[in-house]
Design a protein around this ligand. Structure first.
Ligand code: PAF
Length: 283
């Protein structure tokens, strides 16, 4: 796969594709690619003529006490992994090319409401950092389609709203979470888990499925179900940040008549902050 760091070169390449009428998909990543990312790329290959994968560990979405310095950077392995799928271009801009590392000092994109709830309540700069860098990537690549994983469900909802409200001519595509055989959602941060924590980690998904089963069986005391799941997580050895049942489309608190819900959770195991979510449809 060809790798480019300059936006000018990237645009030149894309201009040729566009002249031929080809549709372009962008898969934005922070690298350390795993099977979840590769599924996004394969989806891009299936629905577009060209797939650009961007790789940028975005300093703007890490808080001062978070893992920016230690976030796994594995460019050689990522390039090799992209050989296995049919990506056309790997775009690896540096911080100068993206022209931002300090969220306080740059033009930034805020998505009010969505950026301060759930994960945003615990990671205050995260979603503004994501919205800002994704805006830049959209303007640099100008894709027809952008592909995001459902693993980061709040990010997906926020990007959809940003695209809608800022009138980006981009179609956002979502791809289902890829899991290990024991149910743990794939994440670059899983490598922070030691053996004992790794054995505990799949409990998060199991606990979420338990809540989903109770709702499917008729339970409607959402705050009670959330509190019960928090207690189960704590008993299993997690330090949960939140467990929350929300409306699937906009992550608002569900009203009794809402039928499409999403159950989202974040919980720490040692130094790894795990997130996961499942859909709940009430028939
Ligand atoms: O999901 C991610 O990996 C990042 O948040 C993204 C979308 C690449 C923005 O930096």
């Amino acid at each position: 796969v060809e790798s480019l760091g300059s936006t000018a070169q990237l645009r030149e390449r894309i201009r040729h594709w566009r002249e031929r009428g080809e549709r372009i998909a962008l898969v934005p990543t922070m690298g350390n690619l795993h099977a979840g990312h590769l599924k996004l790329v394969r989806h891009g290959c299936a629905i577009a003529d060209r797939v650009v994968v961007s790789l940028f560990v975005n300093p703007m979405q890490f808080g001062p006490d978070e893992d920016f310095a230690t976030y796994p950077r594995t460019l050689a392995a990522d390039t090799a992994a992209l050989m296995e799928v049919d990506a056309d271009l790997l775009f690896v801009p540096d911080a100068r090319e993206i022209r931002a590392d300090d969220l306080e000092k740059t033009t930034r994109v805020e998505v009010p409401g969505l950026s301060t709830i759930l994960c945003g309540a615990f990671r205050p700069v995260f979603f503004t950092g994501v919205a800002t860098v994704v805006t830049r990537l959209f303007n640099m690549v100008q894709p027809d389609i952008a592909i995001f994983g459902e693993k980061d469900y709040q990010q997906l909802v926020l990007i959809r709203r940003m695209v809608d409200e800022l009138c980006f001519p981009v179609t956002v595509e979502a791809v289902a979470t890829v899991r290990e055989a024991d149910g743990l959602a794939l994440s670059s941060r899983n490598q922070y888990l030691n053996a004992t924590q790794r054995a505990t980690a799949p409990r998060l998904y199991r606990i979420l499925r338990g809540v989903r089963a109770r709702v499917a069986a008729g339970a409607r005391d959402y705050p009670g179900l959330e509190a019960g799941a928090m207690a189960e997580l704590a008993a299993a050895g997690f330090r949960p940040d939140y467990v929350s049942i929300r409306r699937a489309d906009d992550l608002a608190e569900p009203a009794p008549q809402d039928r499409r819900l999403r159950l989202l959770a974040a919980a720490w195991l040692g130094t790894a902050r795990l997130i996961d979510n499942v859909g709940i449809s009430i028939s």
